[in-house]
Design a binder for this molecule. Sequence first.
Ligand SMILES: Nc1ncnc2c1ncn2[C@@H]1O[C@H](COP(=O)(O)OP(=O)(O)OP(=O)(O)O)[C@@H](O)[C@H]1O
Ligand SMILES: [Mg+2]
Length: 228
Amino acid sequence: MTDAGALIECNDVTKQYDGGPAALSGLDLRIRAGEALAVLGPSGSGKSTLLNLVAGLDRPTRGTVTVDGVRVDRLGEAASARYRRERIGMIFQFFNLLDDLTVLDNVLLPAQLAGVPRQKARHRADELLGYLGISRHAKAFPGRLSGGERQRVAVARALMNRPPLLLADEPTGALDTASGQEVRKLLTELNRDGQTLLLVTHDLALAEACATRTIELVDGRLVQEVVR
Ligand SMILES: Nc1ncnc2c1ncn2[C@@H]1O[C@H](COP(=O)(O)OP(=O)(O)OP(=O)(O)O)[C@@H](O)[C@H]1O
Ligand SMILES: [Mg+2]
């Protein structure tokens, strides 16, 4: 059954890599637009696997993944890349910025790939850099920024094409306390402004600050759900 109110819907999702134990096992999960869902769980419990399936970077062995009306588990390579470009923003533990590009060019990249006219993209980038408090670093290279600043650049890039869904894998994992605090606050504000978040984290402070709902995975199964 599909749920008309769900932005993300995983039905009986199992993922098994090369005959190993299941990384995800019969997972049922629905996330509504506007939610901030934090996924907790020990190392190896399937958290990143879940994000990869939702992002269309990998396919489930069984079950279906539907995001914003798109059957992500059935997309071919080109459609999958387009799906990510148009509907998904991703942020990672280690930023994944291109060090040879300036901050501004990193942020502009998703718009360029989507064929957005330069002028329009530039306007959006300026707006995001301002919103995230990093305008003064626009012409700098990422290597010169602090961890928290780099993660804000990554968030700006992720938001460039106004994705309905923002995915984050350990976004505070590589940050010191102050930078982590910055990113927690930023993600909380984004969700308050209506951005849907799917957040994988070991950081309980992040889950507590930001999540409207928390689930815990153990051995690829959902063991606990806390609604706040
Ligand atoms: N590409 C892959 N090939 C084979 N096995 C994989 C692959 N990716 C993940 N796994 C296995 O699937 C299981 C779940 O991995 P996953 O990366 O989802 O865990 P995680 O919860 O994100 O862990 P961590 O907190 O350490 O990031 C692990 O046993 C892992 O070894
Ligand atoms: Mg992981």
